[in-house]
Design a protein around this ligand. Structure first.
Ligand code: ADP
Length: 249
């Protein structure tokens, strides 16, 4: 069976104004299978966002192939939902209107949009905040709305670029649990970028460890711990130590 995403020998070189070139990625190959939860970790500048942007169709590789269901990625599409670190909600739209926005672009009828936003507001436990504007929500609530907005077109792949980096530790833990709950229920695949090793071990079925200059995949670590995961268990600790060592050597 074809993988959902195939990245084959991809390199990305950015030209810069001082005539030097940055090898953001070099010779990167990785697949994302249906239903996988992949975390990409690595220090700043190792090409994580570049990889996500190539898969999202926002930029093209300099060399190599990026395929979605066996076809070259031509641009963004409703089959891929994206959540960024910064709250990218439209400040002039309510939670409900933000969630309905992608469906409006697709020409979904008002009644169907309403039914879907009801469903997703309930899924993220924000029915009570449907008519509030982003400025009236906490950081965690805003990211839950951003996740719902990314999921409302029922994408095959959810792309998340350090989505919980700006919220406090307790909110982060509950957002992690919430995203796992949605993933288990809706069965999309995930590419999740993080700096945080504990977050990667808690969430993912596979961890891609990257290194910079040029951006490369250093190691791919499968995580076969059952869900829900217990951060205090010896198995969790052992995997954390393994990933931590691979990250730092
Ligand atoms: P990460 O997400 O791991 O921090 P990025 O993919 O953002 O890494 O960046 C990888 C490298 O490419 C870095 O050295 C960064 O400075 C460079 N880079 C990223 N975007 C651009 C751009 N638009 N123009 C020039 N260089 C860029």
């Amino acid at each position: 069976m074809t993988a959902l995403i195939e990245i084959k020998n991809v390199s990305k070189i950015y030209a810069t104004s001082d005539d030097s070139a940055t090898w953001a990625l070099q010779g990167v190959s990785v697949n994302i299978e249906q239903g996988e939860f992949i975390c990409a970790i690595g220090p700043s500048g190792c090409g994580k966002t570049t990889l996500l942007n190539i898969i999202g169709g926002f930029i093209t590789p300099t060399e190599g192939d990026a395929l979605l269901n066996g076809n070259a990625i031509q641009g963004p599409g409703p089959d891929r939902g994206v959540v960024f670190q910064e709250y990218a909600l439209f400040s002039w739209l309510t939670s409900r209107e933000n969630i309905e926005f992608p469906m409006r672009l697709k020409g979904v009828s008002k009644a169907d949009r309403r039914a879907m936003s009801d469903k997703y507001l309930e899924m993220i436990n924000l029915t009570h905040a449907a008519d509030r504007y982003p400025g009236e929500l906490s950081g965690g609530m805003r990211q839950r709305v951003a996740v719902a907005r990314a999921l409302v077109n029922e994408p095959q792949l959810l792309l998340m670029d350090e989505p919980f980096a700006a919220v406090d530790a307790m909110t982060r833990t509950s957002l992690q649990e919430e995203v796992l709950r949605l993933w288990e229920k809706l069965k999309f695949s995930v590419l999740f970028i993080t700096h945080n090793i504990e977050e990667a071990v808690f969430l993912s079925s596979k961890i891609i460890i990257m290194s910079p200059h040029p951006g490369r995949i250093k190691e791919i670590v499968p995580v076969d711990l059952p869900y829900p995961r217990d951060r205090t268990s010896p198995d969790f600790g052992a995997l954390y130590a393994k990933v931590n060592e691979a990250f730092h050597t």
